[in-house]
Write a protein that binds this ligand. Structure first.
Ligand code: NAP
Length: 437
């Protein structure tokens, strides 16, 4: 029995996928039973790094997703449309889906998984988070019996690359972003990466699996790295931290029963001061890592290449092979494997950010007048913010620079204290406010 693939897209990931499928020597023998039947592209005459018979390429993507000979549709087009519509149409024609498209899954996952469940087909998406890093299937299968308390990831290679270079070279964000764009590490329009949107898509997907409930993307608090300055990186280093863009999904309080309607999740993406001894602190450059904490497993960290043609294709083809293996075992009359399919229907409750309890780092520019630190301390004290450290670090022009790190504090209280501090005569500005892991 040969399994026929309809490949939508022959760009970075599509090419890597075809290359693995066309070169099965030394890989799992099941790959020899998987055949690329049709390939959908935008420009069929473009030179390609992978050799396929020209008649297999088409611009008619609808014809691929409705082709009765095709068993599995591999969507590696990117973007929201036509990817979403083609996935839904393929499902309605009984095709199984493999996709690398986090943007579509994070926004339309509910619609797609409901349709797939009704039709009895799989939608697998290992490549959508962490590129080549196996994390989705391990969460579903190998860690499935754990009560997950948190999933914390560095899931965007572009921002990790920029922050790592800011750390090692001492440069400013805008200069390093421009250089990253020149070198191909950042897109011409870097918004999705540097504003944290891509990481928000990914943590929404990870959380929906880890916490067995749907996540509304609009519930994920999202801050990017544009406001991180060379000064903050340097102060963080002095205080024993590195700054990373973390995507966090966390149960508010570990609860003894699972799942319950009363579970509240924190869902947030923001630059974070990470203690230098923390396992995520050493993840540098374009690499990704996802730290999962569960009971009884404890901490498990997944680390590896978060993007790239080969690594991402490794995840895509593994998904194809998983589906082929299940179909081969079960035959035509297969019923969905409950550990590979998605069955949950409810939405997770997300706690408001004002209720978050965390440590903060803040940098103030103040007039060089006596008693400023005392005023700051008074305002913080009034709002129950206790300070772990206060560092008067010197001068920026004729303004004094003061950095504080708080103990754990309710975010709402901290924000109220900042409003009061901002109104003080002696305070010129508060250039940075960052959370601390
Ligand atoms: N690149 C990575 O490292 C990576 C990592 C993880 C996940 N992903 C995800 O994988 C997906 C694909 O990314 P990619 O980097 O491979 O993209 P890409 O290099 O831009 O390739 C996109 C492919 O889709 C085709 N295509 C796009 N829109 C089309 C349309 N409307 N009609 C017909 N063909 C169309 C393009 O055709 P032409 O070749 O004719 O232009 C191209 O072959 C995205 O969802 C991305 O987020 C990528």
């Amino acid at each position: 029995m040969a399994f026929k693939i309809g490949l939508l897209g022959l760009g970075t990931v599509g090419t890597g996928t075809a290359q693995i499928l066309l070169d099965s020597t030394g890989r799992h023998p099941l790959l020899q039973e998987i055949e690329i039947h049709r390939v959908g592209v935008r420009s069929p005459n473009k030179p390609r790094a992978v050799k396929l018979p020209p008649e297999r390429l088409t611009t008619d993507l609808e014809a691929i997703v409705t082709d009765p000979d095709i068993d599995i549709i591999v969507e590696v087009l990117g973007g929201l449309e036509p990817a979403r519509s083609l996935i839904l149409k393929a499902i309605s024609h009984g095709k199984h889906i493999v996709t690398a498209n986090k943007a579509v899954i994070a926004r339309y996952g509910a619609e797609i998984f409901t349709a797939a469940e009704e039709k009895g087909v799989y939608v697998l998406l290992e490549a959508a988070v962490g590129g080549g890093i196996p994390v989705i299937e391990p969460l579903k299968l190998s860690l499935g019996v754990n009560r997950i308390n948190s999933v914390i990831g560095i899931v965007n290679g572009t921002t990790n690359y920029i922050l790592t270079r800011m750390q090692t070279e001492g440069g400013e964000f805008a200069d390093i972003l421009a250089d990253a764009q020149k070198l191909g590490y950042a897109e011409a329009d870097p918004t999705a990466d540097v504003d944290g949107l891509d990481a928000a898509d990914k943590i929404a997907i990870l959380a929906s699996i880890a916490f067995a409930g749907r996540i509304k993307l609009s519930d994920v608090h999202c801050e990017g790295i544009r406001q991180v300055s060379a000064a903050d990186i340097a102060y963080a280093q002095k205080l024993g931290f590195v700054i990373k863009l973390l995507a966090v999904a966390k149960r508010e309080e570990p609860v003894p029963t699972f799942p319950t309607d009363s579970d509240m999740l924190q869902m947030r993406v923001h630059p974070t001061l990470v203690p230098q001894i923390h396992p995520l602190a050493s993840i540098n450059g374009v690499y990704n890592a996802i730290l999962v904490e569960g009971e009884p497993i404890g901490q498990v960290m997944f680390f590896g290449p978060g993007a790239g043609s080969g690594p991402t294709a490794s995840a895509v083809v593994s998904d194809i092979m998983n589906i082929a293996a299940v179909l081969k075992t079960a035959g035509e009359s297969h019923r969905l494997h409950s550990l590979l399919s998605c069955v949950h229907q409810h939405y997770c409750a997300i706690a408001p950010m004002s209720e978050l309890v965390t440590r903060f780092y803040a940098r103030f520019l103040t007039k060089d007048s006596p008693g400023v630190i005392g005023h700051l301390g008074t305002s913080f004290g009034k709002h129950h913010v206790s300070l772990e450290s206060v560092v008067q670090t010197g001068f920026r022009g004729d303004l004094a620079e003061i950095v504080v790190v708080t103990h754990d504090v309710r975010e709402g209280n901290f924000r109220h204290a900042l409003e009061e501090i901002r109104a003080l005569d002696a305070v010129d500005s508060i250039p940075s406010i960052l959370r601390v892991l």
